[in-house]
Design a protein around this ligand. Sequence first.
Ligand SMILES: CSC[C@H]1O[C@H](OP(=O)(O)O)[C@H](O)[C@@H]1O
Length: 365
Amino acid sequence: MRVDGKPLRTIWPAADESRVTIIDQTRLPHEFVICELATLGDFEVAIREMKVRGAPLIGVTAAYGLAIALRDDPSDTGLAAASARLLATRPTAVNLAWALDVMRADLFGLPIAERAAAAFAKAGELADLDVAICDAIGANGLALIAKIAQRKGRVSILTHCNAGWLCAVDWGTATAPIYKAQEAGIDLHVYVDETRPRNQGASLTAWELGQQGVSHQVIVDNAGGHIMQHGGVDLVIVGTDRTTATGDVCNKIGTYLKALAAKDNGVPFYVAAPSSSIDFAIFDGVRDIPIEERSAREVTHMRGRTDDGRLETVRIVPEGSRVANPAFDVTPARLVSGLITERGIIPARREALATAFPERLVLVE
Ligand SMILES: CSC[C@H]1O[C@H](OP(=O)(O)O)[C@H](O)[C@@H]1O
């Protein structure tokens, strides 16, 4: 995508393969800060503290982290240990495991001396693959938006969290169809769920859409159902961190409630689902997907900029109150109108996923 008019990806490697550069997403929207990741520890902190976030991007970042770690210890134990450390950073998005599995499958058979360079090249391939997948999701989702535009002119879309350019290497997943529709000259408007507690919508999606010149309004999470009830939303498009082989969708907390409101109001509810976010080994999302519980501080404190430009973090919950902070929830397939994948828009059903991605099927006893 473009930042201040300049094309930019969310992660890019140094020419000497000693480090990668990322956008520190914890500093947006008030500051645009890039930082370098040069050690395995840097990568662990960046993913765990959500400097980089979003299922596709944390997968690609982990792939580069593994490559950097192999420069120090390319042995089998080194490969396994670095992979385990990166896998442990966040439990829910399956992209982390998918990317590390792809990397290990490529590397284990190689002579130790060749592993670091091969890993860096493979990580670059996964980054390019992510761009191509998101580009294809954009093209496939564009057809959906264009159909609504044909019928009613302006298309109003609601999205939750940030499944935008910042969650991937480029394009994003849920926002890819939005950007393609903008390129195609379709008149559209986006309702951006602020997405408490980390406000990925208010701080990241709103910033992104502003940079790309897409019409949008930030709304509190609890307003989406009301706006749908009053006919304000033509289409909901969200991302996914892990979609099961049966089409259950795990995504940022609050997605399930939007799906219920969409169902109740007859609003199409689509999930932009790159194959890297589909877990073909599980069949019941509520039972099988680990939901990350994040720190209480994310709920008790808010970070922002004062009117005179100072960046501050303030407490908004009484000291004595305890907090629960599940970071994701699971939307059952029955509430999903369709999955926008790189291979087309498919029903959120096992047979459709198996037909679309036969090479990903796993034998499960
Ligand atoms: C499709 S990736 C974007 C996805 O990731 C976000 O989670 P987080 O910001 O915690 O990494 C959220 O679930 C988005 O939908």
